[in-house]
Design a protein around this ligand. Structure first.
Ligand SMILES: [Zn+2]
Length: 313
Protein backbone atom coordinates (compact mmCIF):
# COMPACT_ATOMS: atom_id res chain seq x y z
CA UNK A 1 0.00 0.00 0.00
CA UNK A 2 1.27 3.48 -0.86
CA UNK A 3 2.02 5.77 2.03
CA UNK A 4 0.51 9.26 2.14
CA UNK A 5 3.05 11.89 3.15
CA UNK A 6 0.93 14.70 4.56
CA UNK A 7 2.31 18.17 5.22
CA UNK A 8 0.42 20.84 7.15
CA UNK A 9 1.97 24.25 6.56
CA UNK A 10 0.90 27.12 8.76
CA UNK A 11 2.36 30.47 9.75
CA UNK A 12 4.13 28.97 12.80
CA UNK A 13 4.85 25.30 12.04
CA UNK A 14 5.43 22.79 9.25
CA UNK A 15 4.01 19.43 10.39
CA UNK A 16 4.52 16.07 8.72
CA UNK A 17 2.30 13.04 9.14
CA UNK A 18 2.32 9.67 7.39
CA UNK A 19 -1.06 8.17 6.65
CA UNK A 20 -2.08 4.67 5.59
CA UNK A 21 -5.74 3.69 5.32
CA UNK A 22 -7.58 4.87 8.46
CA UNK A 23 -4.37 5.60 10.35
CA UNK A 24 -2.22 8.68 10.45
CA UNK A 25 0.76 9.43 12.62
CA UNK A 26 2.33 12.85 13.08
CA UNK A 27 6.08 12.28 12.88
CA UNK A 28 7.68 15.72 12.72
CA UNK A 29 7.08 19.39 13.41
CA UNK A 30 9.45 22.25 12.61
CA UNK A 31 9.14 26.06 12.85
CA UNK A 32 8.12 27.75 9.59
CA UNK A 33 11.03 29.86 8.26
CA UNK A 34 10.27 33.43 7.19
CA UNK A 35 12.13 33.43 3.83
CA UNK A 36 11.28 31.40 0.76
CA UNK A 37 14.65 29.65 0.20
CA UNK A 38 14.86 28.60 3.86
CA UNK A 39 11.19 27.57 3.79
CA UNK A 40 11.69 25.39 0.69
CA UNK A 41 14.85 23.83 2.20
CA UNK A 42 13.08 23.09 5.51
CA UNK A 43 10.15 21.48 3.71
CA UNK A 44 12.47 19.25 1.64
CA UNK A 45 14.51 18.33 4.72
CA UNK A 46 11.37 17.45 6.73
CA UNK A 47 10.13 15.16 3.95
CA UNK A 48 13.46 13.40 3.33
CA UNK A 49 14.17 12.94 7.05
CA UNK A 50 10.68 11.42 7.26
CA UNK A 51 11.71 8.84 4.62
CA UNK A 52 9.84 10.07 1.53
CA UNK A 53 10.29 7.94 -1.60
CA UNK A 54 9.21 8.72 -5.20
CA UNK A 55 6.44 6.09 -5.05
CA UNK A 56 4.76 7.68 -2.00
CA UNK A 57 1.89 10.12 -2.41
CA UNK A 58 2.55 13.69 -1.26
CA UNK A 59 -0.08 16.22 -0.24
CA UNK A 60 0.07 19.63 1.41
CA UNK A 61 -2.51 21.51 3.48
CA UNK A 62 -1.65 25.19 3.49
CA UNK A 63 -3.10 28.22 5.27
CA UNK A 64 -3.89 30.23 2.14
CA UNK A 65 -5.86 30.35 -1.08
CA UNK A 66 -4.52 28.44 -4.06
CA UNK A 67 -4.68 29.95 -7.55
CA UNK A 68 -6.43 27.37 -9.74
CA UNK A 69 -4.59 28.63 -12.87
CA UNK A 70 -0.94 28.53 -11.81
CA UNK A 71 -0.93 26.84 -8.39
CA UNK A 72 0.55 29.86 -6.62
CA UNK A 73 -0.48 30.38 -3.00
CA UNK A 74 -1.77 33.62 -1.48
CA UNK A 75 -1.34 33.42 2.28
CA UNK A 76 -1.36 36.32 4.73
CA UNK A 77 0.84 34.37 7.16
CA UNK A 78 3.25 33.21 4.43
CA UNK A 79 3.77 36.37 2.33
CA UNK A 80 6.97 35.02 0.71
CA UNK A 81 4.84 32.52 -1.27
CA UNK A 82 3.28 35.31 -3.38
CA UNK A 83 4.17 34.90 -7.05
CA UNK A 84 6.23 31.70 -6.68
CA UNK A 85 5.26 28.18 -7.74
CA UNK A 86 5.83 26.44 -4.43
CA UNK A 87 4.61 22.98 -5.50
CA UNK A 88 6.62 23.25 -8.74
CA UNK A 89 9.81 24.25 -6.92
CA UNK A 90 9.29 21.55 -4.30
CA UNK A 91 8.76 18.93 -7.01
CA UNK A 92 11.97 19.99 -8.80
CA UNK A 93 14.03 19.94 -5.60
CA UNK A 94 12.68 16.50 -4.58
CA UNK A 95 13.24 15.05 -8.08
CA UNK A 96 16.91 16.10 -7.94
CA UNK A 97 17.51 14.64 -4.49
CA UNK A 98 15.49 11.44 -5.05
CA UNK A 99 16.85 10.99 -8.61
CA UNK A 100 13.30 10.74 -10.01
CA UNK A 101 10.08 12.78 -9.80
CA UNK A 102 7.22 11.95 -7.42
CA UNK A 103 5.14 9.43 -9.41
CA UNK A 104 1.79 10.96 -8.43
CA UNK A 105 2.76 14.65 -8.39
CA UNK A 106 2.02 16.89 -5.41
CA UNK A 107 -1.50 17.76 -4.21
CA UNK A 108 -1.95 21.17 -2.55
CA UNK A 109 -5.17 22.14 -0.76
CA UNK A 110 -6.40 25.06 1.32
CA UNK A 111 -6.48 24.40 5.09
CA UNK A 112 -10.23 25.04 5.46
CA UNK A 113 -10.89 22.53 2.67
CA UNK A 114 -8.61 20.06 4.45
CA UNK A 115 -10.40 20.60 7.77
CA UNK A 116 -13.73 19.85 6.06
CA UNK A 117 -12.32 16.66 4.50
CA UNK A 118 -10.82 15.64 7.85
CA UNK A 119 -14.12 16.10 9.68
CA UNK A 120 -16.20 14.44 6.94
CA UNK A 121 -13.97 11.34 6.75
CA UNK A 122 -12.45 11.00 10.22
CA UNK A 123 -14.18 13.48 12.57
CA UNK A 124 -17.58 14.83 13.63
CA UNK A 125 -18.97 14.57 10.09
CA UNK A 126 -18.52 10.80 9.75
CA UNK A 127 -21.75 9.16 8.68
CA UNK A 128 -23.19 12.36 7.15
CA UNK A 129 -23.51 12.94 3.39
CA UNK A 130 -23.41 16.71 3.59
CA UNK A 131 -20.86 18.36 5.86
CA UNK A 132 -20.30 22.11 6.09
CA UNK A 133 -17.16 22.82 8.11
CA UNK A 134 -16.55 26.21 9.67
CA UNK A 135 -13.32 27.79 10.86
CA UNK A 136 -13.55 30.39 13.61
CA UNK A 137 -9.84 31.16 13.90
CA UNK A 138 -8.11 34.50 13.49
CA UNK A 139 -10.74 35.05 10.75
CA UNK A 140 -13.62 33.01 9.32
CA UNK A 141 -13.42 30.18 6.79
CA UNK A 142 -15.55 27.34 5.54
CA UNK A 143 -15.76 24.43 3.14
CA UNK A 144 -18.31 21.83 2.10
CA UNK A 145 -17.88 18.11 1.54
CA UNK A 146 -20.69 16.25 -0.21
CA UNK A 147 -20.63 12.44 -0.29
CA UNK A 148 -16.97 12.46 0.62
CA UNK A 149 -15.91 14.91 -2.09
CA UNK A 150 -14.82 18.50 -1.68
CA UNK A 151 -17.08 21.00 -3.44
CA UNK A 152 -14.83 23.58 -5.09
CA UNK A 153 -17.11 25.92 -7.04
CA UNK A 154 -16.06 28.87 -9.17
CA UNK A 155 -12.41 29.71 -8.54
CA UNK A 156 -12.41 27.37 -5.54
CA UNK A 157 -14.63 29.76 -3.56
CA UNK A 158 -17.37 27.28 -2.56
CA UNK A 159 -17.89 27.40 1.21
CA UNK A 160 -16.51 30.92 1.70
CA UNK A 161 -19.45 32.05 3.81
CA UNK A 162 -17.30 34.70 5.57
CA UNK A 163 -17.24 37.12 2.65
CA UNK A 164 -19.87 39.42 1.21
CA UNK A 165 -21.43 42.67 2.52
CA UNK A 166 -23.63 40.96 5.11
CA UNK A 167 -23.57 43.41 8.05
CA UNK A 168 -25.67 46.46 7.26
CA UNK A 169 -25.17 50.01 8.48
CA UNK A 170 -26.69 50.40 11.93
CA UNK A 171 -27.22 53.09 14.51
CA UNK A 172 -24.37 52.73 17.08
CA UNK A 173 -26.70 53.86 19.88
CA UNK A 174 -29.08 50.92 19.35
CA UNK A 175 -28.33 47.78 21.45
CA UNK A 176 -26.88 44.95 19.38
CA UNK A 177 -24.90 47.34 17.17
CA UNK A 178 -22.34 45.56 14.98
CA UNK A 179 -19.83 47.79 13.18
CA UNK A 180 -19.45 47.61 9.41
CA UNK A 181 -15.68 47.05 9.23
CA UNK A 182 -13.72 47.01 5.95
CA UNK A 183 -12.62 43.50 4.91
CA UNK A 184 -9.34 42.54 3.22
CA UNK A 185 -11.42 41.22 0.29
CA UNK A 186 -12.51 44.78 -0.59
CA UNK A 187 -16.08 44.62 0.76
CA UNK A 188 -17.45 46.16 3.94
CA UNK A 189 -19.38 44.28 6.62
CA UNK A 190 -18.16 40.74 5.84
CA UNK A 191 -18.74 38.14 8.57
CA UNK A 192 -14.98 37.58 8.31
CA UNK A 193 -14.48 41.04 9.85
CA UNK A 194 -16.22 40.10 13.13
CA UNK A 195 -16.47 36.29 13.25
CA UNK A 196 -12.90 35.29 14.14
CA UNK A 197 -10.90 36.11 17.25
CA UNK A 198 -9.49 39.37 15.82
CA UNK A 199 -12.97 40.45 14.70
CA UNK A 200 -14.51 39.74 18.09
CA UNK A 201 -11.77 41.82 19.72
CA UNK A 202 -12.29 44.67 17.22
CA UNK A 203 -16.06 44.61 17.84
CA UNK A 204 -15.55 44.81 21.58
CA UNK A 205 -13.08 47.71 21.29
CA UNK A 206 -15.31 49.58 18.80
CA UNK A 207 -18.02 49.73 21.49
CA UNK A 208 -15.66 51.87 23.58
CA UNK A 209 -14.39 49.04 25.81
CA UNK A 210 -10.77 48.53 26.87
CA UNK A 211 -8.73 46.22 24.62
CA UNK A 212 -9.29 42.58 25.58
CA UNK A 213 -8.29 39.41 23.76
CA UNK A 214 -11.00 37.04 22.55
CA UNK A 215 -10.55 34.62 25.46
CA UNK A 216 -10.97 37.45 28.00
CA UNK A 217 -14.15 38.59 26.24
CA UNK A 218 -15.59 35.05 26.24
CA UNK A 219 -14.60 34.56 29.90
CA UNK A 220 -16.11 37.94 30.81
CA UNK A 221 -19.37 36.94 29.13
CA UNK A 222 -19.41 33.59 30.98
CA UNK A 223 -18.78 35.49 34.24
CA UNK A 224 -21.64 37.93 33.62
CA UNK A 225 -19.62 41.06 32.76
CA UNK A 226 -22.15 43.45 31.12
CA UNK A 227 -19.81 44.87 28.42
CA UNK A 228 -18.54 41.41 27.39
CA UNK A 229 -22.10 40.08 27.44
CA UNK A 230 -23.27 42.87 25.13
CA UNK A 231 -20.45 42.10 22.68
CA UNK A 232 -21.05 38.33 22.69
CA UNK A 233 -24.84 38.75 22.36
CA UNK A 234 -24.39 40.94 19.27
CA UNK A 235 -21.67 38.61 17.93
CA UNK A 236 -23.73 35.43 18.30
CA UNK A 237 -26.77 37.13 16.79
CA UNK A 238 -25.13 38.31 13.56
CA UNK A 239 -22.90 35.23 13.19
CA UNK A 240 -25.89 32.90 13.57
CA UNK A 241 -27.90 34.93 11.02
CA UNK A 242 -25.22 34.28 8.41
CA UNK A 243 -24.58 30.68 9.40
CA UNK A 244 -28.29 29.74 9.42
CA UNK A 245 -28.62 31.17 5.91
CA UNK A 246 -25.53 29.21 4.83
CA UNK A 247 -27.00 26.00 6.26
CA UNK A 248 -30.29 26.60 4.43
CA UNK A 249 -28.46 27.15 1.13
CA UNK A 250 -26.09 24.19 1.46
CA UNK A 251 -28.52 21.79 3.13
CA UNK A 252 -25.72 20.81 5.52
CA UNK A 253 -26.53 18.02 7.99
CA UNK A 254 -23.73 18.79 10.42
CA UNK A 255 -21.42 21.78 10.96
CA UNK A 256 -18.11 20.90 12.65
CA UNK A 257 -16.19 23.95 13.84
CA UNK A 258 -12.42 24.36 14.01
CA UNK A 259 -10.04 27.21 14.80
CA UNK A 260 -9.17 28.81 18.14
CA UNK A 261 -12.71 29.91 19.06
CA UNK A 262 -14.04 26.34 18.59
CA UNK A 263 -12.47 25.47 21.97
CA UNK A 264 -14.84 27.89 23.74
CA UNK A 265 -17.57 25.30 24.29
CA UNK A 266 -20.13 27.63 25.94
CA UNK A 267 -19.77 30.07 23.02
CA UNK A 268 -20.23 27.25 20.50
CA UNK A 269 -23.36 26.06 22.34
CA UNK A 270 -24.78 29.59 22.24
CA UNK A 271 -24.09 29.81 18.49
CA UNK A 272 -25.61 26.35 17.90
CA UNK A 273 -28.74 27.15 19.83
CA UNK A 274 -29.32 30.44 18.01
CA UNK A 275 -28.52 28.93 14.58
CA UNK A 276 -31.02 26.10 15.16
CA UNK A 277 -33.68 28.71 15.96
CA UNK A 278 -33.09 30.35 12.58
CA UNK A 279 -32.73 27.45 10.11
CA UNK A 280 -35.61 26.47 7.88
CA UNK A 281 -35.87 22.93 9.28
CA UNK A 282 -35.93 22.31 13.02
CA UNK A 283 -33.09 20.13 14.33
CA UNK A 284 -33.44 18.14 17.51
CA UNK A 285 -29.72 17.50 17.96
CA UNK A 286 -26.75 19.89 18.08
CA UNK A 287 -25.84 21.05 14.58
CA UNK A 288 -22.91 23.42 15.11
CA UNK A 289 -20.41 21.36 17.09
CA UNK A 290 -16.71 21.30 17.86
CA UNK A 291 -14.66 19.37 15.30
CA UNK A 292 -12.84 16.22 16.40
CA UNK A 293 -9.63 16.45 14.37
CA UNK A 294 -8.49 19.65 16.12
CA UNK A 295 -4.84 20.62 15.70
CA UNK A 296 -4.26 17.80 13.22
CA UNK A 297 -7.20 18.64 10.92
CA UNK A 298 -4.79 19.71 8.16
CA UNK A 299 -2.91 16.40 8.24
CA UNK A 300 -6.05 14.24 8.41
CA UNK A 301 -7.70 16.32 5.68
CA UNK A 302 -4.90 16.09 3.15
CA UNK A 303 -4.67 12.36 3.96
CA UNK A 304 -8.39 12.01 3.16
CA UNK A 305 -7.92 13.96 -0.08
CA UNK A 306 -4.97 11.77 -1.16
CA UNK A 307 -7.02 8.63 -0.41
CA UNK A 308 -9.89 10.05 -2.49
CA UNK A 309 -7.68 10.91 -5.44
CA UNK A 310 -6.10 7.45 -5.36
CA UNK A 311 -9.47 5.79 -5.93
CA UNK A 312 -10.32 4.99 -9.55
CA UNK A 313 -13.07 7.30 -10.85
ZN1 LIG B 1 -14.59 39.96 2.90
Amino acid sequence: MKRNFCLDIGGSFIKLGIGEGNDLEEIASAPTPSHYEAFLARTVETLLTGGLRPGDRLGISIAGSIDADNGSVHAAQLPFLAGVSFAGDLGTALAELLAEPMHDGIVVENDADCFAMAEAHFGAGRGFDNVFAVILGTGVGGAQVYRGQLLRGFGGTAGEWGHGPFIQKQDPSVPGFVPQFACACGQKGCINTIGGARGLEAMHAAAGNPLLDSRQIVDGWAGGDPACSATITAYVSVLSDALALTINITGAQIVPVGGGLSNASALLSAIDSEVRGKTLLARSKPLVIEGQTGQNGGLWGIHAQLLNEAQPA
